[in-house]
Design a protein. Structure first.
Length: 82
């Protein structure tokens, strides 16, 4: 609950003010392009994070499809010679 309240206070509530201030300062067209750019940037970041997590996370379905021959010989067995 506290995380959501902090998110609303810090990000969601000031956004209309900042957008209105930018529209007054730079005009509607530039502000629209800026907001659109930020939305595309955020969506690209989420897509990149999803792809990276799917590729490197050991618990993902892609890792389960790979053969286990990529393991090191010391990892393959629990018995080690001393």
């Amino acid at each position: 609950v506290y995380q959501m309240q902090c998110n609303n206070i810090l990000f969601a509530m000031p956004i209309p003010y900042v957008i209105g201030l930018s529209m007054d300062s730079w005009g509607v067209d530039t502000s629209f392009r800026g907001v659109t750019f930020l939305q595309v940037l955020a969506a690209s970041g989420f897509a990149l994070a999803t792809v990276v997590a799917a590729c490197i996370e050991e618990r993902s379905a892609w890792q389960r499809l790979l053969p286990h021959s990529s393991r090191q010989p010391s990892e393959a067995s629990d018995c080690s010679t001393a």
